[in-house]
Design a protein around this ligand. Structure first.
Ligand code: GRF
Length: 213
């Protein structure tokens, strides 16, 4: 299916760029209906405009509450026909107000091998800890931060004297691949969210021939 995507950003937008490039080269069956940033200075907005994608800035600082901000996000995304939401370097925590409007259809890219190093600056957490392998995770978003069911992960071996800057850029390269791989699995309907008996959700991978029902 052609994913009708809404993409949320906060910064450089390189993951957005990877999505747009994959669509342009027919590597991803999706249409970006709108790009919304919570920050007016996000460079990703320029990348979206270059591709003729509608853009919007909803400054979270102007919202009366986190729920109000989420409600305005939902309204804008639905008004542009977005059905799936990709958080591409989006730095705000979304509440159930938002997530309930797109049940099981919000995915996020996080720059660590979850469940390790949740939260901000995961690359620096990993580098400071001294792990020998880092990476990134694409996962479904649930109210608990960086805790939803995992779709794709990609690993990066850390060099003995590797700088944090080098690690960041090498993880970012893998993010761009992982995000497209995850969105492609979703568009091909080869990924299903299933509810476990304990209420948690797991990802079930369907073979191309297996019906998703
Ligand atoms: C990436 O490392 C992403 O994982 C994190 O923000 C960084 C920038 O992403 N959330 P982008 O270049 O704005 O897509």
């Amino acid at each position: 299916m052609t994913l009708q995507l809404g993409v949320l950003i906060s910064g450089t937008g390189t993951n957005l760029g990877a999505i747009l490039d994959a669509i342009a080269s027919a590597k991803l069956d999706a249409k970006v209906r709108v790009v919304i940033s919570n920050r007016p200075d996000a460079r990703g907005l320029e990348r979206a405009k270059k591709s003729g994608i509608p853009t919007l800035v909803l400054d979270h600082r102007a919202a009366a509450s986190r729920e109000d901000f989420d409600r305005s996000l939902v309204q804008s995304l639905k008004a542009h026909g977005a059905e799936w939401i990709a958080l591409a370097g989006f730095m705000r925590v979304l509440t159930s107000t938002f997530l309930d409007a797109f049940p099981g259809r919000v995915v996020n890219i996080h720059p660590s091998l979850l469940p390790a190093f949740r939260g901000v600056d995961a690359q620096k957490q990993a580098h400071d800890y001294g792990v020998r392998v880092a990476g990134c995770t694409v996962h479904f978003v649930i109210p608990e931060v960086d805790a939803g069911a995992i779709i794709v992960q990609r690993a990066v071996a850390i060099g003995e004297h590797e700088s944090l800057e080098s690690l960041r850029s090498r993880i970012l390269v893998e993010e761009h691949i992982a995000f497209i791989d995850a969105l492609r699995l979703i568009s091909l309907e080869q990924v299903q969210l299933v509810q476990s008996t304990d209420g948690s959700t797991q990802v079930r991978f369907l073979s191309p021939s297996e019906p998703g029902r």
